[in-house]
Design a protein around this ligand. Structure first.
Ligand SMILES: Nc1nc2c(ncn2[C@@H]2O[C@H](COP(=O)(O)OP(=O)(O)O)[C@@H](O)[C@H]2O)c(=O)[nH]1
Ligand SMILES: [Mg+2]
Length: 193
């Protein structure tokens, strides 16, 4: 897959607006500020196709990007404390609305910050994906902020906390340093082929 061909296709503000899947989809989910937009940009070799914000909680739409017949779906970041209740309700409607539809999900990339224990919402997301039997990969973001040793420790700690089966793929990633990007790309390509 030539990631350089990535293009923004559409943004949706409610799950009702979502058109049925026509392509295999790779969905990205994680709490706000976890590094979702940065990771997407890194995958696509682009500076700012997906917006990167130092102000968390800004993405409140589901954004679609297309790469050679595969749709990359940027879900709104969950769990940002400083937004109004109504806005939070809209985000959960969007995220749950998306997953409750019959979509052709090839893979979910679930992002968690490698430096911290998983939050309740992270745990909830992983439990949901496991129970729904959806194929997913855990991308542990901001790996450049830890040493190699600390990284390995955190991977083990998160595997334990989330009770992941041994064969569950976990990839430490860094949008800043390019760590894990090729591995993630390969995983995505396997999932959509
Ligand atoms: N050190 C480091 N910082 C990152 C990385 N990815 C994202 N960030 C920073 O984390 C903040 C949130 O990133 P963003 O991609 O907007 O997160 P999103 O809300 O999940 O889309 C920004 O300040 C980014 O520069 C990374 O791999 N390493
Ligand atoms: Mg974002």
């Amino acid at each position: 897959m030539n990631y350089n061909l990535a293009a923004f296709t559409a943004a949706y503000g409610t799950s009702e607006q979502l058109p049925p899947s026509v392509h295999p989809e790779v969905a990205f989910a994680g709490r706000s500020n976890v590094g979702k937009s940065s990771l997407l940009n890194k995958l696509f070799n682009r500076k700012a196709l997906a917006k990167v914000s130092s102000v968390p909680g800004k993405t409140s739409t589901i954004n679609f990007f297309s790469v050679e017949g595969v749709d990359f779906v940027d879900l709104p970041g969950y769990g940002y404390a400083k937004v109004a209740k109504s806005e939070k309700a809209r985000w959960s409607e969007l995220i749950e609305g998306y997953f409750n539809q019959e979509r052709s999900l090839a893979l979910v990339v679930s992002l968690i910050d490698i430096r911290h224990p998983a939050t309740d919402l992270d745990t909830g997301m992983v439990e949901f994906l496991s129970k729904a039997d959806l194929p997913f990969v855990l991308a542990l973001t901001k790996a450049d902020k830890l040493s190699n040793m600390q990284r390995q420790k955190q991977v083990a700690a998160l595997r334990k906390q989330l009770r992941l089966p041994k064969d569950q793929t976990v990839i430490p990633c860094s949008a800043e340093k390019g760590i894990g990007i090729d591995e993630l790309r390969k995983h995505i390509e396997n999932a959509v082929s």
